[in-house]
Design a protein around this ligand. Structure first.
Ligand code: AQP
Length: 329
């Protein structure tokens, strides 16, 4: 069973990325054969960005993944642009991708807004590149947060359409969305997801953030006018904190509700903040250390790209062959 997931090198990774995706990556590396994780720097070029920064952010993200527990010997960890099969497959898959479906993607609509003529074609094409990332490895499982559900549906549709049109060539992958923590919310505006571009600074907790700052952010988290520490649709702030603490403690959310029965919101927020800070602290320390050795990170990318290419190249060759493109296999 092959697991594949990609993560953007967009600045610092937040608690939503960590709980929704990175924890699943670590858990998957001994379950899959192989688990393949990719820093998707080409996706990072679909919105405004600084060229000089992109390479640095890719290294930051790789160091964070290793600090979180990925072992480049037990998984394939690489940088997307180092494996050109991703871009080639993107073009090949475009023949079975509908523009209408791309136009309807929520992430595209949110990021493009109404200024469509000023939006890059890359942003529209983002989900096709993501489909190519996964399909190039014939991956079965894709660990992601809830916000990626629609992109998973698209890649399944693309794989099915390809197989129907050109014969059984690609594996139709399944998303793996965690049952708790699939949508970590912004601490200040809990009706929104915690987000790199759309969140509030005070409501976004970073994995490499100073412990004292994390505790402060949780203490100031938005709650509601009630008193009960229970999950409910009209209590998005408290529900979010319950889910976060459940993940940190490795228990079910109702165990958290039980533990804090009768306690006040203030004490609860402090407890969540302190436990999150203590939980992330070793990851932060390992990250700061690993990040100093840029050459070692580039070596991880190089070795990872060689392993990734060995898997993706024959798959893309099969795709070319099925489509009648280039010389026969
Ligand atoms: N709030 C979240 N809760 C749970 N999972 C989340 N993910 C993102 N936000 C949450 C999951 O993290 C993985 C990596 O996401 P990415 O590569 O898209 O990184 P990003 O663009 O920096 O993260 P954001 O916050 O999602 O950016 P915006 O909001 O600016 O687009 C994915 O598996 C994602 O589901």
């Amino acid at each position: 069973m092959v697991i594949f997931s990609g993560i953007q090198p967009t600045g610092r990774k937040h608690l939503g990325n960590y709980i929704g995706a990175i924890l699943q990556y670590v858990e998957g590396q001994d379950r899959a054969d192989p688990a393949i994780y990719c820093i998707v720097d080409l996706h990072g070029t679909t919105v405004a960005y600084e060229p000089a920064e992109l390479r640095e952010r890719s290294r930051d993200t790789a160091a964070l993944l290793v600090a979180a527990g990925l072992d480049p010997e037990r998984c394939v960890l690489f940088r997307q642009s180092d494996v050109p099969q991703h871009t080639e497959l993107t073009w090949l898959l475009s023949s079975v991708t509908s523009v209408g479906q791309l136009n309807r993607m929520h992430q595209f609509r949110d990021k493009a807004g109404t200024a469509r003529d000023r939006v890059s074609a890359g942003l529209l094409y983002y989900p096709v590149l993501m489909a190519a990332d996964v399909l190039a490895y014939r991956a079965h499982e894709v660990p992601v947060g809830e916000d990626q559900r629609e992109h998973i549906e698209l890649m399944r549709d693309v794989a099915e359409a390809f197989n129907k049109r050109f014969g059984e060539t690609l594996v139709v992958p399944e998303g793996n969305i965690p049952t708790v923590g699939a949508r970590v919310r912004d601490l200040k505006e809990p009706d929104k997801k915690m987000s790199t571009t759309g969140g509030t600074p005070a409501g976004t907790v970073y994995v490499d953030e100073e412990p004292a700052s994390i505790v402060k952010k949780f203490k100031r988290a938005e709650t509601d006018s009630g008193r009960e520490i229970v999950r409910a649709d009209d209590k998005p702030g408290i529900s979010n904190l319950i889910e976060i603490l459940a993940v940190v403690r490795g228990t079910a959310p109702n165990a958290i509700e039980h533990d804090f029965e009768g306690k006040g919101y203030g004490d609860f927020k402090t407890a969540v903040g302190e436990e999150v800070a203590a939980w992330l602290s070793p990851v932060r320390e390992r990250y700061l250390e690993l990040r100093q050795d840029t050459a070692a990170i580039e070596e991880i990318f190089e070795a990872g790209a060689a392993k990734a290419t060995a898997i993706a190249a024959p798959v893309v060759a099969d795709v070319r062959d099925a489509m009648g493109v280039g010389k026969p296999v």
